[in-house]
Design a protein around this ligand. Structure first.
Ligand SMILES: Nc1ncnc2c1ncn2[C@@H]1O[C@H](COP(=O)(O)OP(=O)(O)OP(=O)(O)O)[C@@H](O)[C@H]1O
Ligand SMILES: [Mg+2]
Length: 303
């Protein structure tokens, strides 16, 4: 496996405030499409921005396509097609002018490909960026990023302002472009149901560190849902297997348990299959509980 994005002992602290990220160990393999999820403020944008050298590591090191983004930001930027969380288009330039501009600024930028993508998303080339809706602007940003033909795509919440159909269309376009070019993509998102089909790996960040990092197929294979409170899950699967509990949409308690991928012949698996969203929510709930426990313990030590 060739690692395309790496973080080793990576930590970032903004000025004198608390750590945005700490002790992050990640290896993103070449050719993968990775979903980066986590609650607001968990450090997703910080991590993405650090991989292009826009933020300096406070400790540890990063690698972006084999280069240290801190030592050689230019080389890191050249390897990456990046879409920031807030779109950055010029209001008075048309979509076509954005494509021409990108073509002059960036070596290898494929203007015909950008125009084709924009066309497929039904956005008129003559429209000024200032006249586009939020979602249309985001789609233009994504088309520009794909057309860089960069080996690495870093997309910060590319789906946030898109309607459900546009989300599907964009994901389809992205998967097609990444697979055709043998590229590697990492996208942060809060919309877990959509990324389940498009991505093959999942990274979950809790408050500043990694809660999960594994292939999506493995996540699905190794987790089950017990429809009941934690005590019920412990009774069925044992205390070691319980990951966390959280409410279902209607409020009843659900518990996520870890299971061996292979269940011996003749035994019924515990509970029911878990959705990716349930797996993520349970790990976030468990991460929050661990953080609260650690804080209580620290207070106890201080008192
Ligand atoms: N420029 C900055 N100066 C100071 N603190 C910052 C800065 N940027 C981010 N932070 C802090 O770092 C932490 C992580 O922020 P980050 O934007 O990386 O989170 P995120 O996971 O992208 O959140 P969201 O889902 O809301 O986009 C937060 O506590 C945030 O307040
Ligand atoms: Mg963010």
């Amino acid at each position: 496996m060739t690692a395309v994005l790496e973080a080793h002992g990576f930590g970032k602290r903004y000025r004198r405030r608390t750590w945005a990220l700490r002790g992050v160990e990640l290896v993103v393999p070449e050719g993968s499409i990775t979903a980066l999820v986590g609650p607001n403020g968990s450090g997703k944008s910080t991590l993405i921005r650090s991989w292009i050298g826009f933020e300096r590591a406070t400790e540890g090191r990063l690698s972006t396509g084999g280069v240290d983004p801190q030592r050689d930001r230019k080389a890191a930027v050249e390897r990456v097609g990046y879409v920031p969380q807030t779109p950055s288009l010029y209001r008075d330039l048309s979509v076509a002018e954005h494509i021409t501009l990108a073509g002059t600024l960036r070596d290898g930028f494929d203007e015909a490909m950008a125009a084709r993508y924009v066309g497929r998303l039904s956005i008129p080339l003559r429209a000024k960026a200032g006249e586009l809706s939020g979602g249309e602007g985001a789609q233009v940003g994504l088309a520009l990023a794909l057309a860089t033909r960069a080996p690495i795509l870093l997309l910060d919440e590319p789906l946030a302002s898109l309607d459900p159909l546009a989300r599907r269309e964009f994901l389809h376009l992205m998967v097609e472009a990444v697979r055709a070019a043998g590229a590697t993509a990492l996208l942060s998102s809060h919309v877990i149901t959509d990324i389940e089909q498009a991505c093959d790996r999942l990274i979950v960040l809790g408050k500043g560190h990694t809660l999960l990092d594994l292939p999506i197929a493995e996540a699905i294979a190794h987790h089950r849902i017990v429809e009941g409170p934690p005590a019920e899950a412990v009774r069925l699967a044992g205390a070691d297997a319980l990951i966390g509990s959280f409410p279902a949409p209607a409020g009843e308690p659900l518990s996520l348990v870890r299971t061996p991928a292979l269940v011996p012949v003749g035994t019924e698996p515990i509970g029911r299959a878990a959705t990716l969203e349930e797996i993520v929510i349970a790990h976030l709930a468990a991460g929050r509980r661990r953080a609260a426990d650690a804080a209580r313990q620290a207070e106890g030590v201080a008192a």
